[in-house]
Design a protein around this ligand. Sequence first.
Ligand SMILES: Nc1ncnc2c1ncn2[C@@H]1O[C@H](COP(=O)(O)OP(=O)(O)OP(=O)(O)O)[C@@H](O)[C@H]1O
Ligand SMILES: [Mg+2]
Length: 321
Amino acid sequence: MAVHLERVQETLFKAREEVGKVIIGQKEIIDRSFIAIFTGHHALIEGVPGVAKTLLVRTLAKVLGCPFSRIQFTPDLMPSDITGINVFNLQKGEFILVKGPVFTTFLLADEINRAPAKTQSALLQAMQEKRVSIDGETHALSPNFTVFATQNPIEYEGTYPLPEAQKDRFMFKVSMDYPAKEEEMLLAKSSLGSAPPETLLDQDAVRTVVNEKDLSAFREALLKVTLKEELAAYAVEIVRATREHESLLVGAGPRATQALLLSSRAHALLKGRDFATPDDVKAMTAPVLGHRLVMRPEFEIEELTIKEVIQQILETVAVPR
Ligand SMILES: Nc1ncnc2c1ncn2[C@@H]1O[C@H](COP(=O)(O)OP(=O)(O)OP(=O)(O)O)[C@@H](O)[C@H]1O
Ligand SMILES: [Mg+2]
């Protein structure tokens, strides 16, 4: 294994350990978060209140040692609250740019479905282009600009669900579930003591193991994870099958193929390998494709059903040997 790749792997393992000091359980979610970050992508985190969505992102920011900011989305949030605004400075007699929260590296967009479409699209455009334009002038964002957006499925009604086209910009949608019983017991115990998990963040018990420069280098190193052509073809077949499936109205686009390949490589690394296997692709299929697919109206729009469709697809596409 190339030196570089080993270092990325070591760092990933260390980062995983540090996040695990604060976040009890949720191992799969933590891994997927790292995959999104280390491949330079964005993630959508869905879960009911109190499953530590916000705490997870705060913890990731600490471990990654990157500039971090947070936007709480509300119905009255304006696009300029996200990107920034030129303000006239009376003393200087000129306009100066007051930068918005997108001028950061790691951004938590909390409860993204509570702001209207216009505001959401200001963020989504920044995510895609890694730049924003303010009063006709273009400003570059950090090359590592990464957004983790949270949404709460219970509050869906009366809010502004992300348009399908916008969801495509997120590599993953990860769903945070209630903790398992043993994990909830651990959580209960830690809360009985004087220190609930989040206090660890402030006490410097959590170490920063990556910096911003590392992230760019790691992203390049990831491309050294071997992914054979047959395996790429397998990923393509899976994505294409979503466009032909009888119960799907909208299948996944080419961004999904790219995301599937890249995330499979990162997944391999997290599993301690320097080459990807069909199992990596299979593991990444549901998180990469799930939020991009739309059921036909005559079929029910339920998470479970989309999952079943993906399962069917995985059973029909021939696995390379
Ligand atoms: N798996 C967990 N590990 C550690 N702490 C947890 C976990 N699950 C819940 N908690 C506790 O629950 C609290 C609530 O977490 P947080 O505010 O991040 O939830 P949330 O998912 O963002 O909720 P909301 O949807 O209401 O914003 C945390 O501060 C922490 O004390
Ligand atoms: Mg929250």
